[in-house]
Unconditional design. Structure first.
Ligand code: PDD
Length: 277
């Protein structure tokens, strides 16, 4: 079952108009929200970010937080798996003419949920590879927009090169991954790009920082260079579907000789506690 504009229906019965601005322009925003033990994880934080995205592009939020929670929980009641990944998107709606500017429209709301298979700690300890690329995206990466052409191009490159992620840089400063936030550990301190219009304010990013504090790891929300990334003691990426992944190889070169660090292990464990709390 999926949710479309107020109704729970079979996915193959869900249709939208070709005049939907989500289809014509990618004029919409979205959220990806994990569910653990049948509980929606950090729903409020996701709803706050959704509201910020909607405000930025002047779409009125069709529902209040309680209504969102009711809709999402009802959708989950149709799912068997206890671990899910909810995909929720709101487009500006259907207009009569294809015109870039817009009038007030009734937004199109689409939600689906799919089983989520978290990787075990043992599997994550194998380490993952990434490549680096200049960040060609626009200057409003803080909006979780469904217009994802650049991110799609990077992710396809990652697939073709058989790596987990593409890590992006502006000038020589690392911003984030194509679909994740990026962290390094250098001499015991955790560095990650500060919140700005050049990154998505990841919900998992906040949880990584919360876990790092519990592990008594000093945190610097300052950007770091590609050179600092290459010589880091540890390198991680985070997202709602991947949690916290150690990256041990970048552009074919090993990070810290391919070793998984203690900081990751501690932060991973605290993150699991938060999930199961
Ligand atoms: N992507 N940065 C970008 C560009 C992202 O696309 C994502 C997540 C993140 C991490 O955000 P969060 O921790 O809130 O998931 C950072 C999702 C999972 C996606 O597009 O499917």
């Amino acid at each position: 079952m999926v949710f479309l504009n107020g109704e729970f229906i079979e996915k193959n019965q869900a249709h939208i108009s070709v005049m939907d601005r989500g289809f014509l322009f990618g004029d919409g925003v979205y959220e990806v929200i994990p569910v653990y033990n049948n509980k929606i994880f950090r729903l409020n934080a996701h709803l706050l970010r959704l509201q910020a995205s909607l405000n930025s592009i002047k779409i009125k939020n069709p529902y209040n937080p309680q209504k969102w929670s009711d809709i999402l929980n009802k959708l989950l009641s149709f799912c068997n798996n206890q671990e899910q990944s909810i995909y929720l998107q709101i487009s500006r709606g259907v207009s009569s003419k294809r015109k870039h500017s817009f009038n007030d429209l009734a937004p199109t709301v689409y939600i689906e949920s799919n089983p989520l298979q978290s990787k075990t700690k043992q599997a994550l300890k194998a380490g993952f590879s990434a490549i680096t690329q200049p960040d060609i995206r626009w200057h409003r990466c803080d909006i979780k927009s469904t217009s994802l052409l650049a991110n799609i191009m990077y992710s396809q490159q990652a697939k073709e090169k058989n790596v987990e992620e593409v890590i992006l840089y502006r000038g020589n400063q690392v911003t984030e991954g194509a679909t994740s936030n990026v962290f390094i550990i250098k001499n015991g301190t955790l560095f990650t790009h500060p919140i700005s219009t050049h990154i998505l304010p990841g919900i998992t990013r906040d949880l990584v920082l919360e876990s790092a504090r519990k592990c008594h790891i000093p945190i610097k929300k300052t950007s770091f260079s590609i050179n600092e990334l290459n010589t880091a003691d540890e390198l991680w990426i985070s997202s709602s579907t991947r949690e916290i992944m150690p990256i041990t190889q970048v552009d074919g070169k090993l990070i810290n000789r391919g070793n998984i660090g203690n900081a990751w292990s501690c932060v991973y464990d605290y993150y699991q506690n938060l999930k199961n709390a």
